[in-house]
Design a binder for this molecule. Structure first.
Ligand SMILES: Cc1cc2nc3c(=O)[nH]c(=O)nc-3n(C[C@H](O)[C@H](O)[C@H](O)COP(=O)(O)OP(=O)(O)OC[C@H]3O[C@@H](n4cnc5c(N)ncnc54)[C@H](O)[C@@H]3O)c2cc1C
Length: 503
């Protein structure tokens, strides 16, 4: 093993929503920061999500295999690159609702209270929306939490067909609202991500170094086992050891947990920072279904996702439990996740055998229904020898089904009003495949009690004083809206704590 001759103030592992944002926050300190990222910078053509090529399955899957509970291998949808999964995300940057931070009763259980509340997160949400140039409007959706400042940019205009639907939904007493979107003004790739807003500005500071193609495989502690001393990484087939005073993991919820579980020593026989036995447990990844409305009237097939409906978020008169969030998927030619719904695609192909993909995309509007899944200790990341297992059984499924049926009913109700809509709504019931790990979270939950959480409220591991986990792992519960803005806001929040610690 080659031992690097530098001693860093801080090592950040991973450059996604958590790691990339934290790097931007801490770079101006002048402290010696090393960023280790297993992927590389993505060439621009690889970042182009508007290409029909996107439908080629597994384009953005990791070049490795994980295993499900039955031991079946699968290739996870993970993007290992500078920017991590934010390089392929939809850039929908939504705040969690105030009640998402509280204990909530669900139809099939409960989600726990967070130790840090919405009011604590609010200034960081505002900072995050500025950093990621979020376009939105906070005044329409009744579930929208209070904002101390408006969105920095106005909401994106709807496609004309979506605008008609928005008006029709409003007549049904719903509150369709603009989706908050993180966008830059650049024409070639308008999406804002943690490379653009995190790593690029961080690297303008001479005290920050990034090593790409550096896969961290193990953390080594000092003899007492109380502090991490060395970060072991493989670079081009060679082992390196990097030394630092503080270490932050931001590998994503699955990989951060796996790394801790693999960092076994005499002092930590069950993995590092795992005295609670909770590392890897409580994995959540959201329940998602795509609902497609067919239309005789063509659309461009390439418009952005711009609208969400949260009227069912906390339930309704007939079902007094949280159901979740609806958003339009964007023109299906631009929607990467659609590529992850092969069962849906084959149903569509059967239904309309002569339709080419383009024809289909220009004659349909997709909707995503998304529901929170609940933390369960049996849903978890597990490592055995060099294999990584995902044990995951979806829960809270009835609430999700209710949401899908509510939405399908609503589309049927409005189809008479919208020119071109025809009776043809499809929502083939099917679990989102295990390889879709987009909203993974929860594997190192935060809390005050070391017996029931892995990291404290500053995301420092209870067991190891100089080790932090700053990605989606810290979530004690999921929410029905997507996670990235909360991961970003949390990285800024932990960044303030680390600014004090680094001084
Ligand atoms: C197709 C898709 C669409 C999505 N759309 C949205 C959306 O519209 N809105 C939203 O809120 N969320 C969305 N998400 C989810 C969002 O992208 C993630 O929640 C977010 O990126 C997670 O941030 P993170 O920092 O936890 O991890 P990641 O962004 O996954 O970053 C982890 C980083 O760590 C690196 N890494 C992993 N292991 C190692 C290792 N051992 N050594 C070194 N580096 C390592 C990875 O390469 C990566 O750069 C989407 C995700 C996908 C896949």
């Amino acid at each position: 093993m080659i031992i690097d001759d530098q001693i860093y103030d801080l090592i950040i592992v991973g450059t996604g929503a958590g790691g990339g944002t934290l790097a931007a926050k801490l770079a101006p300190t002048g402290k010696k920061i090393l960023i280790l990222e297993r992927g590389d910078f993505m060439p621009l053509e690889e970042q182009n999500r508007s290409n029909v090529d996107i439908f080629k399955r597994e384009r953005y899957h990791a070049p490795e295999q994980w295993y499900d509970t039955a031991g079946e291998p699968f290739s996870p949808q993970m993007n290992y690159a500078i920017g991590g999964n934010t390089k392929i995300y939809g850039a929908v940057l939504t705040r969690f609702r105030e009640r998402d931070f509280e204990a909530v009763n669900h139809q099939s259980g409960s989600s726990p209270e967070w130790g840090v509340k919405y009011a604590d997160f609010e200034p960081y949400y505002t900072e995050a929306e500025r950093l990621y140039q979020v376009h939105g409007q906070a005044t329409i959706d009744p579930t929208e939490p209070p904002h101390s400042q408006d969105y920095p940019f106005p909401a994106i205009a709807h496609d004309p067909q979506i605008e008609t639907i928005v008006e029709t939904l409003s007549q049904q007493r719903l509150h369709p609202a603009p989706l908050p979107l993180g966008l830059t003004r650049q024409a070639d790739d308008p999406t804002n991500d943690s490379e653009v807003s995190g790593i690029v500005p961080a690297l303008k500071h001479p005290n920050v170094t990034v090593k790409t193609g550096a896969k961290v495989v193990c953390l080594h502690t000092n003899p007492s086992g109380r502090a991490v001393k060395g970060v072991e990484a493989e670079i081009a087939g060679q082992s390196y050891l990097f030394l630092a005073d503080l270490v932050v993991l931001s590998c994503g919820a699955v990989n951060s947990a796996a790394l801790l579980l693999r960092s076994i020593s005499d002092r930590h026989p069950n993995g590092l920072a795992n005295s609670s036995g909770l590392v890897g447990r409580n994995l959540m990844k959201s329940l998602m279904t795509v609902v497609v409305q067919l239309s005789t009237k063509p659309n461009s097939g390439a418009f952005p996702k711009t609208v969400c409906v949260n009227d069912f978020y906390w339930g309704d008169r007939d079902f007094p439990y949280p159901m979740g969030h609806i958003q339009n998927s964007g023109g299906l030619l631009t929607d990467i996740i659609f590529a992850e719904a092969p069962p849906m695609f084959s149903v569509l192909a059967k239904f309309m055998p002569n339709f080419g993909l383009k024809q289909l995309a220009t004659h349909s509007i997709g909707w995503w229904a998304q529901t929170e899944d609940l933390p369960s200790p049996n849903n978890r990341v597990r490592v055995e020898a060099d294999k990584l297992y995902i044990d995951y059984t979806p829960n809270n499924v009835e609430a999700h089904d209710r949401l899908v049926y509510r939405w399908t009913d609503m589309l049927k109700t409005i189809e008479k009003e919208v020119d071109g809509f025809q009776r043809g709504i499809m929502h083939p019931r099917g679990e989102i495949p295990i390889q879709v790990m987009a909203n993974q979270c929860g594997t190192c939950r935060f809390g005050e009690d070391p017996a029931t959480s892995v990291v404290d409220l500053n995301c420092r591991t209870h067991d190891i004083d100089n080790l932090y986990v700053v990605d989606s792992s810290f979530f004690p519960s999921n929410a029905s809206v997507s996670p990235a803005l909360t991961i970003i806001a949390n990285a800024l929040r932990v960044g303030d704590h680390l600014l004090e610690r680094l001084h």
